[in-house]
Design a protein around this ligand. Structure first.
Ligand code: AGP
Length: 592
């Protein structure tokens, strides 16, 4: 996903090395090209396709002069990943430079009109219309701020934009709609970025401009103006994530570091208990709940549905955000719509949240404070996982589950579940002690072309999440199935070349899942079972076994049984020589 950064220093030192460091911190969002623009009597642009360091070797960004500038990592959406399509983009007189995150729906019409007026375009991006429009409006007499404001009135779609102009030097102007953007106050200068980790090394006092507001950065500070150009007063929020928290701390990859941090993520999120209690009280009576999310967050939501229905007896739906438009028609004032998201910026979830706000009470369970969903939702719970850099969600998933269990347990007044939750960090640590054994087991699975994950009841979403983790980082085709669905189709695919991972904790569904395990065994499948310590029957019927503390009941299982599945995916990925932190074609934050 695109990442943008802008910086203006208080003193006249070259800004390019700082921009380069900041943009490197956004690598985790996924990108295909990068570029920088600085101002020193003229606007200078350097950019290229490929890895940040490779493009730097070719372009030598540190040679760029000027004490302010903008930078960008691009994740292609409109126009292929090429040198020409990399940002920053300029108008055809090199007067205005722009970086943009988002997608413009009406750029083709704007582009045609501009071409008729004599403008020439170099790229096939939607973004390039923006510097052309800004230049046109400045030529009509507007200042940079006015031209940016007028330009955004023409744009349909989503955008976070930072613009600079040689006709109005020493200034950066930024604005946003449906795409993330923060401004930050540092010791040596002022910053604008699509995400806080970009600037953590330099600035910690952060403001998130609202949609339609314009941020103006000069060497003397940052002003935020509302849509009428009136100055708005805002208090910056202090971000206490240390830069080290966003680095690997000696682990080979962010993913394994983040898996290791999971027991802490649970502990920290349990600290939200009082806050969640207050929110439940404020929300009051709820007749129906609907979860909305994407990907891993959707899997956490299925667990939420099962919990709320079984513990609180409240009717509960769960819907994928991009498929929520029909369900949205049934939301009313008695519905609580809960949005689960690591980033708080996922476009489809954010759009559904805006829709839900029209009819219903909304609650966002999000990991990133100050993100769009935290501002949109009527209520907000922050999961306490800290920054997650690996594209595959791990500790944020476990933290989401913790918040959901707290919410459901407190809503139902179920003290037993809350008490069980407090033991989860210990159970996770026990799994982590077995990681060398799990690594050995993983070596026997890297040959696979297809794999199945089976689970019933609370173990069904674990199966879905296990399969997603395997496919997204190892590129092995994997399917998660409700074990009871096996004979309705997938059983036809099982043979002696197919690994089947069976999640079978003790509890109500144990016997039925055992029948399914025997069914796949009869077809010769290579069975890896995740079961309770001492479960001889499961062990006898499997090739490989990963044992979990037998105190872990089926209800609490998602918080613990998911961990060995993450480890298996991680180790298989390493065995295959892939980078688990940056799977191909995927991005950490999906803002389009
Ligand atoms: C899974 O590992 C992915 N990172 C992905 O499925 C993710 O959960 C999804 O894109 C939703 O993101 P969100 O939680 O930030 O909304």
């Amino acid at each position: 996903m695109c990442g943008i950064v802008g910086c203006i220093l208080k003193e006249k030192k070259d800004v390019a090395p700082i921009l380069f460091e900041c943009i490197k911190n956004l690598e985790y969002r996924g990108y295909d090209s990068i570029g920088l623009a600085t101002y020193d009597n003229a606007i200078h642009v350097k950019k290229g396709k490929g890895d940040i360091r490779k493009v730097d070797r070719e372009q030598n960004f540190s040679n760029m002069k000027g004490f302010y500038g903008i930078a960008h990592t691009r994740w292609a959406s409109t126009g292929k990943p090429t040198h020409e399509n990399a940002h920053p983009h300029l108008d055809d007189s090199n007067t205005v430079a722009v970086v943009h995150n988002g997608t413009l729906e009406n750029y083709l019409e704007i582009r045609e009109d501009l071409i008729e007026e004599g403008h020439e375009f170099i790229s096939t991006t939607d973004t390039e219309v923006i510097p052309h429009l800004i230049k046109k409006f400045m030529d009509e007499g507007l200042d940079l701020e006015g031209a940016v404001r007028k330009c955004t009135k023409k744009l349909e779609g989503s955008y976070a934009i930072v613009a600079m102009s040689k006709d109005e030097p020493n200034k950066l102007v930024a604005t946003r709609k449906d795409s993330p953007l923060i401004v930050a106050f540092g010791k040596d200068g002022y910053f604008v970025a699509s995400d806080t980790p970009a600037v953590l090394d330099y600035a910690r006092e952060v403001i998130r401009p609202k949609e339609g507001e314009i941020a103006i950065l000069t060497k003397d500070g940052i002003e935020i103006h509302d849509k009428n150009g009136k100055k708005v007063r805002k208090t910056p929020q202090h971000i206490d994530w240390s830069p080290e928290m966003a680095k690997k701390e000696g682990f080979d990859h962010f993913m394994i570091k983040e898996i290791t941090e999971q027991s802490l993520a649970v502990k920290h999120t349990l600290g939200q208990k009082a806050n969640i209690k207050r929110i439940i009280k404020e929300i009051g009576d709820v007749k129906r709940i609907c979860f909305v999310a994407c990907g891993t967050s959707y899997h956490a939501s299925i667990t939420g549905k099962y919990l709320i229905e079984s513990l609180a007896g409240i009717a509960c739906d769960v819907v994928i955000a991009s498929e929520s438009k029909y369900t949205a028609r049934t939301w009313d004032e008695d519905t609580l719509v809960i949005f689960i998201s690591q980033s708080g910026e996922t476009f489809d979830s954010l759009m559904a949240l805006k829709e839900a706000n029209k009819t219903s009470n909304t609650l966002a369970i999000v990991n990133v404070a100050g993100s769009a969903m935290t501002e949109e939702a009527k209520y907000f719970i922050q999961t306490q996982a800290g920054p997650e850099i690996g594209v595959a969600a791990t500790k944020t998933y476990i933290a989401q589950l913790t918040a959901i269990y707290l919410f459901a347990g407190l809503m139902a007044g179920n003290d037993k579940i809350i008490e069980e939750l407090s033991r989860v960090p210990k159970y996770i640590d026990e799994v982590m002690k077995e990681k060398d054994k799990i690594k050995e087991i993983s070596k026997r699975y890297d040959f696979a072309e297809n794999a199945f994950y089976l689970g019933r009841g609370f173990s069904y979403p674990i199966a879905l999440e296990g399969a997603l983790k395997l496919k997204e980082i190892t590129y092995i085709h994997a399917e998660g199935y409700a074990a009871g669905e096996l004979k309705h189709g997938p059983l036809a695919l099982i043979d002696e070349k197919v690994p089947v991972i069976v999640i079978i904790p003790p509890g109500d569904d144990y016997k039925k899942t055992m029948v399914n395990l025997e069914e796949v065994k009869a077809r010769g499948a290579i069975i890896l079972t995740v079961c309770a310590k001492g479960d001889k029957k499961a062990a006898d019927n499997s090739i490989d076994v990963i044992e979990i503390n037998s105190e872990v009941t089926d209800i609490i299982a998602p918080l613990v049984y998911a961990v060995p599945l993450q480890l298996i995916s991680y180790y298989v990925t390493c065995d295959k020589g892939y980078d688990p932190d940056k799977p191909r074609n995927l991005a950490k934050v999906i803002t389009v």
